[in-house]
Design a protein around this ligand. Structure first.
Ligand code: PLP
Length: 450
């Protein structure tokens, strides 16, 4: 086996060859086993190599792998669209398929824009998003992303879409209740719309539970309804980026359900194809889509969108989720995991916050729980702990918290099929890695009973 690689991705971190996956586990070619504690990049929601899903994909592959959507309707795409609509809040009944999350975000924004044009609102073109946030890496989606290291090199190529602060209330040191804080952060949207001129604002896009760039940030309950109200007040479309949170990750099919919100457009990917196919979708109401189609059509589309192979995979994934009660398991196991993560705070003073919803959970390192100052950047904690876990057979996912320049958070987001025993197994490895990190970084530990 040659060590030369002609491939390149983000960096040169050497990794072993993947051999196979099974459930929550991945095995490399040396026979080493890894718990996939982040479902890859929060993708493999139903676990790896599910035989029932593979059989269904194979059955479609035997008939046709590709049929271009402008030449044929296909049953997998129609059936997946119908299934998807059945899982949405009332009123979200039109589906447009894509192959990934950035494509879903781009598509949402372009649909919003074309809808505004049909309403004669030609001035509406600004899309407000939050900082920090992650909405994708293509230039349009990147412009909505609030994560400096990824944006900075390309800033001059983008128009600089407006941002408001993400509701990181765990950093606030005020006398407000959580509900009051939620409202305070929501008002930032209203202020921004007024500042920009409501007639220029097309949409507001948010991750209902934060993903990579905030580390599973959950806003106070009051935030969600108030944001919906503000969007209604100004005719600003509300886009929920559920690329990471959708398809059961947070213990409901959509995270929006936790707060009873119906966004105008939902973007999904990751768990929607669950690693069985590059797949994503946007879902909107006919009231938004029909005017666009009546006015001549949606001027947008990707070659692979709606291909029967990916749609058969997506349909098989959703059926498996339903048949095995996987979303319910995510809710239950999310609670188990959260309790265990909170317990870590009794031993590791440098864990400053634990947060999340369902099986989208995270913990954040700080140098001081009172000030919530991050650890010194040169410790590269976000990188080191991931490596220490990896060596021990646990895959977790990390990023810099405070806009990408400092702070360290770690996402634990295992496949939604995980069991209580497997969570215990994962936590044991995590503790070993945290101990090793503390020793290496010269950080104090507390003796805890757990
Ligand atoms: N939106 C969110 C919330 C995401 O988490 C991601 C990926 O991490 C994306 C969009 C972009 O998805 P993709 O990497 O599939 O283009």
């Amino acid at each position: 086996m040659s060590n030369t690689s002609y491939l390149f991705y983000q960096n040169r971190t050497p990794r072993p060859f993947l051999d196979y996956g099974e459930g929550i586990y991945l095995f490399d070619e040396n026979g080493k086993r890894y718990i996939d504690g982040s479902s890859g990049a929060m993708v493999s929601n139903i676990g790896h190599s599910n035989p029932r899903v593979l059989t269904k994909i194979k059955a479609q592959m035997d008939r046709a792998t590709f049929g271009y959507r402008l030449h044929f309707r296909t049953h997998p795409s129609e059936d997946l669209a119908a299934k998807t609509v059945s899982l949405m809040p009332d009123g979200l009944d039109r589906v447009f398929f894509v192959s990934g999350g950035s494509e879903a975000v781009e598509s949402s924004v372009k649909l919003a824009r074309q809808y505004a044009l049909t309403q004669g609102q030609t001035n509406r073109h600004k899309v407000i998003s939050r900082f920090p946030s992650y909405h994708g890496c293509t230039l349009g989606a990147l412009d909505l992303t609030g994560y400096d290291p990824l944006r900075d090199p390309f800033a001059s190529m983008m128009q600089g879409m407006p941002k408001i602060a993400a509701p990181a209330t765990y950093l606030d040191r005020d006398n407000l209740t959580e509900d009051q804080r939620g409202l305070k952060y929501a008002e930032l949207l209203r202020d921004k719309i007024l500042e920009l001129g409501a007639e220029t604002v097309l949409a507001f896009i948010m991750e209902p539970v934060g993903g990579a760039s905030t580390g599973a940030l959950v806003a106070p309950d009051s935030y969600y309804a108030r944001i919906r109200e503000i969007c209604n007040e100004f005719g600003v479309l509300l886009i929920y980026d559920e690329v990471m949170t959708g398809a059961g990750r947070t213990g409901k099919f959509l995270a929006a359900e936790h707060w009873g919100i119906t966004p105008d457009i939902v973007a999904m990917s990751k768990g929607f194809g669950a690693g069985y196919a590059p797949l994503g979708a946007i879902v909107a109401g006919a009231d938004l889509v029909d005017p666009v189609l009546d006015a001549g059509g949606f001027l947008h589309g990707f070659t692979y969108a709606g291909n029967p192979m990916a749609c058969a995979a997506g349909l098989a994934v959703l059926e498996e989720m339903e048949e095995q009660n996987i979303v319910e398991n995510a809710a239950l196991m999310g609670e188990v995991l959260m309790v265990q993560l909170r317990r870590l705070m009794a031993r590791y003073p440098f864990i400053g916050d634990v947060r999340g919803k369902g099986l989208l959970t995270a913990f954040e390192f700080v140098s001081d729980r009172d000030t919530m100052d991050p650890l010194p950047s040169n410790l590269n904690a976000y990188d080191r702990l991931v490596e220490l876990c990896y060596e021990r057979g646990l895959i977790i996912y990390s990023r810099r918290t405070r806009g990408g320049t400092s702070g360290d958070h770690f996402l634990l987001a295992p496949p939604l099929i995980i069991t209580q025993d497997q969570i215990a197994e994962m936590m044991a490895i995590l503790r070993e890695a945290l101990d090793a990190f503390a020793t290496e970084a010269g950080l104090a530990l507390w003796e805890d009973a757990a």
